[in-house]
Ligand binder design. Structure first.
Ligand code: SAH
Length: 340
């Protein structure tokens, strides 16, 4: 059965026309799904009984089951969702003073193979569809009875390796008639799939692009991230510069600090050189040690020195708060599960 949440508003209009319905029904259905958050077609009371029957027979509303919910001492909540095909994925809800932020997964597993990330440990199963990504958000809002204000595409998977579904999910989340979260409150993170960075620049979506940089030269970066062999740093940085020129949006660089690997002042100096003149922000992440992982967390002292060096040399850098590490919900700690 088709998942009705896979369609953005324009596509849903076309879909309804194709089954002999009026396109304005799409807006009514959008309101029921994304604003009233109904979980079955019977609740869509401004549609005729006949149309509701037709929808029931042809489409699913893809309502995830919550398999597990873990709460961290800092209030972060990690969900394990049954995505209805024997697979399970994780989604993380974080509470900040400015509201709720949700970290969504985009794939069941990940192909990128980053050496410091747990999402890579289990084989890749498949992409999530747009409607499944959107359902991660709706399921959490229903469960907590809250409105999420920020979405970060930083869970399991490489968003730009599931390009169409990710972009479509952003359109649904961003649409004022859909979930209505402003594009500036949506961040997409990539390990650096250069051709799709160019593609994203053309989409006219004002979301924030985050780049998982983590090292300043190819030798070091390739040891941490195999994707660097395909798209080396020079190409990645050029793509970022072109993205900024095209979209006028600043880029956020993520840099996970690992002890004796990429955390000394020489690295900070190289980073300043590399990012010179770009409108950007650096997010420093104290690396989270994973099972069998090759990298250890930097000392607090080194992390602060690194940040201060960047700030003193014209690069705005902040240290990302580590939320949820006691429940394995922090950066790099999420993994898919197989229920079969
Ligand atoms: N695949 C995308 C989305 C994942 S985002 C990407 O690579 O950008 C998750 C962020 O956490 C990325 O910046 C990733 O590199 C980082 N990360 C992964 N493992 C980590 C770990 N063990 N400690 C800290 N950050 C980690």
């Amino acid at each position: 059965m088709k998942n009705i949440k896979d369609y953005n508003l324009e596509e849903l209009k076309k879909e309804l026309i194709s089954i002999g319905e009026k396109p304005f029904r799409a807006e009514q259905i959008f309101k029921w799904i994304y604003q009233d958050k109904v979980t079955n077609f019977d609740e869509m009371t401004n549609l005729s009984l006949e149309l509701r029957e037709k929808l029931k027979q042809n489409y699913s509303l893809c309502i995830f089951n919550i398999l597990k919910k873990q709460e961290s001492s800092d209030g972060t909540i990690k969900y394990l969702f049954d995505v209805l095909d024997g697979n399970a994925i994780e989604t993380v809800l974080m509470k900040y003073h400015h509201g709720y932020s949700l970290c969504v997964s985009t794939q069941i597993g990940c192909k990128m193979g980053c050496k410091f990330c747990a999402s890579t440990g289990i084989a890749f199963a498949r992409n999530l569809t747009a409607g499944e990504i959107v359902e991660e958000l709706l399921a959490v809002e229903r469960d907590q009875n809250i409105k999420i204000s920020n979405v970060v595409y930083m869970g399991i998977g490489e968003p730009l390796d599931n390009y169409e579904n990710v972009v479509n999910s952003i359109r649904i989340i961003n649409n004022p008639k859909g979930i209505n979260i402003g594009a500036r409150h949506i961040s997409v993170s990539t390990s650096g799939l250069v051709p799709n960075i160019y593609r994203l620049a053309e989409e006219n979506i004002q979301c924030t692009l985050s780049i998982s940089l983590h090292a300043t030269n190819n030798e070091k970066r390739s040891k941490m991230m195999p994707v660097n062999n395909r798209y080396p740093i020079e190409e990645l940085i050029q793509a970022c510069k072109d993205y900024i020129a095209k979209t006028n949006r600043r880029i956020s660089f993520e840099y996970a600090l690992a002890k004796d690997n990429n955390d000394n002042l020489e690295d900070a100096k190289e980073l300043v050189k590399l990012l010179k003149g770009m409108i950007c922000h650096v997010n420093l992440i104290p690396i989270n040690k994973i099972e069998n992982g090759a990298f250890d967390k930097s000392s607090n002292e080194n992390i602060i020195k690194f940040r201060d060096y960047l700030n003193e040399h014209g690069i705005v850098a902040t240290i990302r708060r580590e939320l949820g590490s006691d429940i394995d919900a922090a950066c790099g700690q999420l993994r898919r599960k197989n229920l079969k």
